[in-house]
Design a protein around this ligand. Structure first.
Ligand code: ZN
Length: 344
């Protein structure tokens, strides 16, 4: 009887697989699984067996029934899935529509390149909050409350009515330099750190300014750091990103958190130095302000300025992207038009 059951199961599976007709499949269901079907005939015959044989044969009959059932159901499902609606004609030989592959945003690509340059120089990457306290955004960096240099930061403020914060206590950070204090208070020198992130300023929006922009802040603190180390680092990174023929020039400037301060200009890649709206007709674009960390900043962070020295710099990421891809308007980067985004 065992052999008969196994033969029956194999026959059923063979017949099911051989047909593509719904009608024949239904007939096979009745033939094998129906009330008077072949499986039930075996169940009736089961009573004729000795009690000790019944259990095993019973299990075999049930398993065979399940296998036939699932084979039938799979076949029906398969047929429905690939059934062609013959009422509506379509060309099976027509080529398919190719799905497009996305690409990284120009800003993401350039950020990765910049961070790679710094990783070659042994820098670590830190991340910080976009909503920052006045203390870390200004005070730690040698901007006392009444310092006129705060004006240059074009700070935006939150309406804190009804919260536990005082007006001006929390702000959207104006620079990622706000992380300098957080890192310097936590880590012991020597260290080299870069902080990429989004910053916010109340700016007049034009071809080279926006109200939110990306900055890569970086700083290094060690025992024998000099101003020439800073200039060398800037040159290494900018030439790594823009190529070895990039033209760079430096000019002295003032920021409260550095002394001396230096501004880095890159020859405008949009107009090749001839002067355009992007470089305000000067032929050069400000790209990386920097300087030696002010001793006041080090001592506020409990680092002895008589033992340790450091330098800091900030890269305007969005500006690097526009200069690298020769985009004459910063606003292009936030334009969601795919025809533009696909070009980079
Ligand atoms: Zn230009």
């Amino acid at each position: 009887m065992r052999e008969d059951i196994i033969n029956l199961k194999n026959n059923a599976i063979g017949q099911i697989m051989d047909t593509d007709s719904d009608k024949e499949l239904e007939e096979l269901r009745i033939e094998y699984l129906g009330r008077n079907g072949k499986i039930n005939e075996f169940l009736i015959d089961l009573k004729k067996l000795k009690p000790d044989e019944r259990k095993d044969v019973g299990i075999l009959i049930n398993e065979s029934k399940k296998t036939i059932e699932s084979t039938l159901n799979d076949k029906i499902e398969n047929l429905t899935q690939f059934k062609v609606d013959t009422k509506e004609w379509f060309d099976l030989t027509a080529p398919g529509v190719k799905s497009e592959i996305g690409n990284l945003h120009a800003q993401t690509k350039v950020l990765t390149e910049i961070l790679n340059q710094f990783s070659y120089l042994g820098y670590q990457i830190a991340d910080g909050p976009e909503v920052e306290s006045d203390y870390y955004n200004f005070e730690v960096l040698n901007f006392p409350k009444d310092h006129p240099a705060r004006d240059a930061q074009q700070t935006m403020f939150f309406d804190v009515t009804g919260t536990k914060f005082k007006p001006g206590e929390l702000i959207p950070r104006t620079h990622t330099s706000a992380m300098q204090g957080r890192v310097m208070q936590k880590m012991k020198p020597p260290f080299r750190v870069v902080v990429p992130g989004r910053c916010f300023r109340y700016e007049q929006i034009d071809a080279s300014h926006g109200v939110d922009f990306w900055q890569v802040e970086g700083f290094a603190v060690d025992k024998n750091i000099t101003f020439t180390d800073l200039l060398g680092t800037i040159e290494y990174v900018l030439k790594g990103v823009f190529g070895s023929d990039a033209q760079i020039r430096f000019a002295t400037t003032f920021f409260p958190f550095v002394e001396p301060g230096v501004d880095t200009y890159l020859k405008c890649t949009v107009c090749k130095g001839k002067g355009c709206s992007f470089c305000k007709k000067s032929g050069w674009s400000e790209i990386m302000p920097a300087g030696m960390i002010h001793p006041n900043v080090l001592s506020t962070c409990k680092i002895d300025p008589k033992v340790w020295r450091g330098f800091a710099f900030a890269i305007g990421l969005s500006r690097v992207v526009t200069l690298k891809y020769k985009i004459d308007d910063l606003r292009t980067l936030t334009n969601p038009d795919l025809r533009i985004l696909k070009q980079y």
